[in-house]
Design a binder for this molecule. Structure first.
Ligand code: GDP
Ligand code: MG
Length: 163
């Protein structure tokens, strides 16, 4: 069985960009429109000799009771249930949002191993990128740039070691 990595985070943090980099495919739709990828989406990746599966998710909106946002939340929950490890992406440029805290609470309850990962960190100093996110209580964040690739290889190895 290949380990399963689920990419979770609020819309527009860069999940699909990371998914595409991990799978080297264009399967996940990346767009400047937040939240365009509305389905769970599976892909296969490999680092060295280690294959893995990765699930892109279409955002997370636990307060919605119906409609597309509710559907997205359900799919994200399903993806987390299937995951051996969750990569929880946040946006280092935007900083911490209330939405990130809601997702943190949900992930904690899920009991899955979670790696907190700050994306969009290119050109930024580590200390200033991560400062906001310690208060989530998820430990030392990893720092990546999905768009440029910085830190992505190390993140995958860490995720596979955690899975
Ligand atoms: P998703 O909604 O979480 O799937 O986010 P997307 O992958 O669709 O990305 C949302 C926006 O963030 C797009 O405009 C991406 O080009 C941009 N983005 C993604 N990763 C990075 C990154 O590492 N650095 C910067 N500066 N922008 C990024
Ligand atoms: Mg997306």
């Amino acid at each position: 069985m290949k380990p399963v990595i689920a990419l979770v985070g609020r819309p527009n943090v860069g999940k699909s960009t990371l998914f595409n980099r991990l799978t080297r495919s264009r399967d996940a739709l990346v767009a400047d429109l937040p939240g365009l990828t509305r389905d769970r989406h599976y892909g296969e990746g490999r680092v060295g000799e280690r294959p893995f599966l990765v699930i892109d998710t279409g955002g997370f909106e636990p307060v919605a009771k119906e409609g597309i946002l509710h559907q997205m939340a359900k799919q994200t929950k399903q993806a987390v249930a299937e995951a051996d490890v969750v990569v929880f992406l946040v946006d280092g440029r935007q900083g911490l949002t209330p939405h990130d805290k809601t997702i943190t609470d949900f992930l904690r309850k899920s009991g899955r191993p979670v790696l907190l990962v700050v994306n969009k960190s290119e050109g930024m100093r580590y200390t200033s990128v991560v400062a906001d996110f310690y208060e989530l209580g998820m430990g030392e964040p990893a720092v990546i740039s999905s768009a440029h690739g910085d830190g992505v290889h190390d993140l995958v190895e860490l995720a596979l070691d955690t899975a």
